[in-house]
Write a protein that binds this ligand. Sequence first.
Ligand code: GLN
Ligand code: ZN
Length: 773
Amino acid sequence: MTQTHILGFPRIGAQRELKHALESFWRGDDPDAARLVDTGRMLRARHWQAQRDAGQTLVTVGDFAWYDHILSLCVALGALPRRFGFDARQLSLSEYFALARGNADQPAMDMTKWFDTNYHHLVPELDAHTRFDGGVTWLWDEVDEAQALGHPVKAVLPGPITLLWVSRWYGDSQPGQDPRLSLLPRLLSGYRRLLDGLQARGVAWVQFDEPALCADLPPDWLAAVSQAYAALPTTGVRTLVATSFGTAAEHAERLAGLPIDGVHLDLVRAPEQLDAWLAAWPRDRVLSLGVVDGRNIWRTDLRRALSPLKAAHALWGDRLWLAPSCSLLHVPVSLAAETRLDPEVRSWLAFALDKLDELKVLAQALDEGDDAVASALQHSDAVAAGRRASPRVTYRAVQRRVADVSAAMTQRGSPFAERAARQQAALPLPALPTTTIGSFPQTAEIRRTRAAYRRGELSAEGYLHRIRDEIRQAVREQEALGLDVLVHGEAERNDMVEYFGEQLFGFAFTEHGWVQSYGSRCVKPPILYGDVLRPEPMTVETTRFAQSLTDKPMKGMLTGPVTLLQWSFVRDDQPRETTALQLALAVRDEVRDLEQAGIRVIQIDEPAFREGLPLRQRDWAHYLDWAVRAFRLASCGVRDETQIHTHMCYSEFNDILPAIAAMDADVITIETARSAMALLDGFGAFDYPNAIGPGVYDIHSPRVPTVEAMTTLLARAADVIPVARLWVNPDCGLKTRGWPETRAALANMVAAARLLRARWGLERMEAPPAQAA
Ligand code: GLN
Ligand code: ZN
């Protein structure tokens, strides 16, 4: 029998049960964590049962995490940042969350995106003293739990190479050596302890997730792969090394030479790697093929998926396993709850539970022949054909407009220095201008208002009224705080992509299609299924109203084309770049309409710009080329006097600085507070030519930074960026914060800017950016 399995299941729950339980614990409504612990147990049991119901022999255990799987591995290994002073063996849930979210004494651990997904993991903090001497026993407890329910277990852990790869080194290091690798021997002992516990429990398989094998590993890391997997599989538990998000073809020989028992490949992202593996991978070991897309929500074209499988099945027989391409963490749980989706679009989709069924059909086809699943195959054929032919995916006018994009459309009128001078004349700003990234606290009341409007309990007029009240309050707050460039606060936006998608043709929306972004935060990515068209202005009325309330410049707030693309489930029937250019044209029209309406500063958020970067450097140039082009198409339709901002966060920027400069935004705001400005060094070394606002307020923490903390950060920034091109702002939007801490933090931020203006004698500085250029 062909086995099917999954690399991981979405842990948050179909109704976001985990989110609700987490937040109630954090609020103090669940003081002994009883409800939280129960919710976790209930979700795990439910998800294991779903795997068994779909015919899977082994359930996957260890994919659950209270906050993040990398953090959970760190606390299981005992590798906590020492600065917290916690004992990993005695770690309480509150301490675990303190690592993730910070506490009164310590800022949170850093967070960054998991490979090229929109999931954020915590970044382990390593130095020469890091030990892996053991910590909490949660993984073992979960294994016990699954076994008590009668399930045979496959445990899953992020693999040692990937763990080190996504970690950051905080100690001294010698040039030419990656100090993280010096910890490998110790780390392997830590893993062995975990494996011993799994072996003692009779766990059949352990899956090591090694997406790092699909990145560009330098030679010393390749040696580490050999070292790790020569050492680890000594414990009796069989080992499956799972790769995702790209090709691992170049590791076929290496892995075949190591004593591992199975390998998993992502054949959705990198179908071309199969041949290399068919040639190199021993037939007496497990070959797990990821043929169902774990990252996207389209139904699998079953007949197309089957043909490569048949060849592998002929050679591997029962040692062929079928799986989604990667963990299902990145897709919603259940389509069953979607009652309002357009039935035609719905028929094209498969969520996590549907994907389990798809695997079952594929396995049955291999075992019993196509005839055994004839009706499922016919249905799949019909869906694929229907989607290709559907008139709702096509707008010829949009396709023509994309084909006609000219070079002039992606070019501002003048170079930055000239634009900056004109902008300074148009909107005189002090040196070190202060601003925020867009959103203000989304209070329970705002959420209730939006929900009531959605349910039809509040009229359009009543809703508009309420939103205007919020905008008025946001403007009043910002004027009182003395900020220089204001925002309207985004009270009308549930989500920065959904809000725009809902106003564009080509997008569909789910009611419950939640995907975890980090911790308790979830997003409901829109489904981008057709050509994109903006039927009418999207933000102009709101922004014009906000500007009417103040003499200060009001910053228009848009989501950029790359982020709209990256944070949606996008169509797989045309190149991503084509979809990006369609989105860019829609944003461009909006930018011009805002300018027409008298808005002088427009921010086009591109927080997902970096995460779209392919894992392999050889693919970067192509991506950056079209992504920059899309941003410029969106932003370059305005006069020199109109100041274009962009915003990016929670990524490494240093390796894409030329592309960021090529975007040619007048101002870029980035997140730098958590890393104490380390992220800014690259901008300095590169001589980034335009203005920058490095974040001085970590918005993921309820802590209120002091004036002194912020002046220290700004002084550090000023070592790297000429003050004339420096802005002062938080790391990111403030929607997840409460008003009291936001008010206090922004007051300190404005005070910090004023203090430095005085200290550095900048009070009367004019046209700063032009002078510096
Ligand atoms: N303008 C958005 C906000 O402030 C930006 C969010 C983001 O970068 N993710 O919420
Ligand atoms: Zn941000």
